[in-house]
Design a protein around this ligand. Structure first.
Ligand code: AMP
Length: 202
């Protein structure tokens, strides 16, 4: 079934995927990354990511490239060797540092999807959430809670809210789905934010 967004609504063109620089140790991690990359490309969305060829990052990017997608990689100079920049990217941007990378990934994207990953993925996810909390942007952030991988994070966020250290509004920053397919379906019906992002304040 094709989902068509309401008329006159600015649609999402570019999606940033945050995910692991490792594969994880269960086959569904890599399967889902592959599926997500393919669907992003088949839906005509630009994929923005950290430019590496390793882990779920590389799997997502290669799947999107193979499906004919437009893939934009952004990597800091010092990680060029460590994360082994993916070949065949439509655009490759090399930044001086991590902060420039994260800001450029933000600026080039209308929405964010989070796959399973490690500390870097967690950092990127929490940062995009805290920027939303500070009203610096209103771009959708979709978390793929694959086989409950991210449930401990969701429980921690609930705990923080329950003990009075964050507003209950923060429960709404992440849109939680369970599969790559559900994430892309949600993107297709989410309007692109009309609000001006204040990324100069990042
Ligand atoms: P990981 O989830 O740790 O495998 O890392 C996923 C991606 O996040 C990799 O491209 C890392 O370079 C990146 N990353 C790692 N640490 C950070 C950080 N502190 N801030 C932003 N990105 C990071």
């Amino acid at each position: 079934m094709t989902i068509v967004p309401p008329p006159n609504q600015k649609t999402i063109q570019s999606v940033c995927v945050y995910c692991g620089s490792r594969n994880g140790n269960k086959p569904y991690f890599t399967d889902t990354a592959q599926h997500l990359g393919t669907m992003i490309a088949e839906d005509g969305l630009n994929l923005v990511y950290g430019a590496g060829s390793i882990g779920l990052m590389g799997i997502t990017a290669r799947a999107a490239i193979q499906a004919g997608g437009n893939v934009i990689g952004i990597i800091p100079e010092h990680l060029n060797d460590i994360e082994i920049t993916q070949e065949g990217l439509s655009e490759l941007h090399i930044t001086q540092n991590m902060h420039q990378r994260k800001k450029m990934m933000f600026d080039r994207s209308d929405a964010f999807i989070v796959l399973p990953g490690g500390l870097g993925t967690l950092d990127e996810t929490l940062e995009i959430m805290t920027w939303a909390q500070l009203s610096l942007h209103q771009k959708p952030v979709i978390l793929i809670n694959l086989n409950n991988y991210w449930s401990p994070l969701l429980e921690l966020i609930d705990h923080i809210i329950d003990d009075g250290f964050a507003s209950s509004d923060n429960r709404n920053i992440l849109q939680v789905v369970e599969s790559a397919e559900a994430a892309v379906k949600l993107l297709k019906v989410s309007p692109a934010s009309q609000a001006t992002s204040k990324s100069e304040l990042f």
